[in-house]
Design a protein. Structure first.
Lengths: 218, 218
DNA sequence: CCTCGTAGGTGTAGACCGTACGCCTAAACT
DNA sequence: AGTTTAGGCGTACGGTCTACACCTACGAGG
């Protein structure tokens, strides 16, 4: 009976993501998103409570691929096309962690939003559930699962944040070398390393610490 | 010859910290800080380039205690007053990580700023250098130190961020239970755990993963 | 003691932001 | 065709940061 909606929240999220990818996160505003959709600013408020909710939609959209690809990996593993993905809990966890990194890496500007809304956005919650499934499969009981999840999520959030800042930092380390010799060499080493390798390396460290030793899969 | 300065950057940082502690991070603005010092807004720009720099000063001030207490611990250990603090590299690392958590915990509102500026603020750099010293003492060579530093810093940043959000979240987990059973129990477990214990537990996990097994000290 | 120059402090104003409120109107069901 | 419901728009308010030009208080040199 009422007038039909001419926009969807998905379209709005996509427009916001376009703005972020093109002009960076600081450019994200109700005005710019509305302009991207050829609408006036206030039109958005018919679909979204406030900016907070819009950000949540963007995060959900950007993190969508994580689950899609995880699901396709799982389906593929059922068909034994991608045996590596199903080799074992440890390998599956590693894949999940790397999928999250890739999803965020595809839209770097979203990272601060993802960090802020990872607790209230469906995609992120589903991702965590997947982690827990793998942890359960590895034989961890509930308390150890909770502890392991905390360690893994903390690492991922921190590592992504570090990587993001390294990418957007205004080259801070000018006065570092003399005062902090160890730090200087460490930063140099890090700058010379492939970020993806550094991420996976740290992830493996955490998995080792959880007692999920390198199994037959990897 | 010129007119002397009537303020110090330290005073400005302290005023900003007062504002944050009293009214929360969103209340931080050039206006509120200036009001705290009984000055007009623009007076601050004689001491600070922009808001960015002010935030950096606040982080530096808030993180100061980490280094002071780490130094006093070290002095104390020299006098054998606090043997536990000098028991070994692993114990020292754990203390450094916990000191960082306590420093941020003393001013919860600063956390987002600390995360954003941890790379450009002297206190944070000195803290990292201390970590590297302990790692070197543990026998790790330069590449492994860089890798270990990355894992540790990532974990700390992520864990603090998680803790901060758990404290300020508007109770999101309403729809979680049915859709994500594993996550629901994990969140319940986490909510029932002392944050300090959860933090230390995760830190120990990372240290284990780094091969710094539980030594004689702890 | 007086003057002078430097730098501190201030006021104004511009360009943004998010969003509360009220109006008009287009669409679809009765 | 009529009614009703929501969509879209315009305006406006209060807030942010900060560029710029102005006045003035202070300490040093004479």
């Amino acid at each position: 009976m009422p007038r039909p909606r001419s926009l969807t929240t998905h379209q709005i999220a996509a427009a916001a993501l376009t703005v972020i990818d093109r002009d960076g996160l600081p450019a994200l505003s109700m005005r710019t998103v509305a302009a991207e959709l050829d609408r006036r600013t206030m039109a958005l408020y018919r679909y979204v409570e406030d900016r907070e909710e819009l950000e949540c939609l963007v995060v959900d959209l950007a993190l969508g691929p994580v689950l899609d690809r995880a699901a396709s990996d799982r389906a593929a593993s059922d068909r034994a096309d991608r045996p590596a993905a199903a080799a074992g809990p440890r390998a599956r966890l590693l894949v999940l962690l790397e999928l999250m990194r890739e999803a965020v890496g595809a839209h770097p500007g979203v990272l601060p939003l993802a960090v802020r809304h990872h607790g209230g956005c469906p995609s992120a919650l589903r991702w965590r559930e997947r982690l827990l499934e793998a942890l359960a499969e590895a034989g961890l009981d509930a308390p150890r699962r909770a502890s392991a999840l905390h360690a893994l999520v903390s690492y991922v959030i921190g590592a992504l944040e570090l990587e993001h800042q390294a990418a957007t930092a205004p080259t801070v380390g000018a006065s570092v070398p003399e005062t902090f010799p160890l730090l200087a060499t460490a930063l140099a080493t890090r700058a010379a390393t492939d970020p993806a390798l550094a991420f996976t390396d740290g992830a493996r460290t955490v998995l080792d610490g959880l007692g999920l030793g390198p199994g037959p899969g990897l």
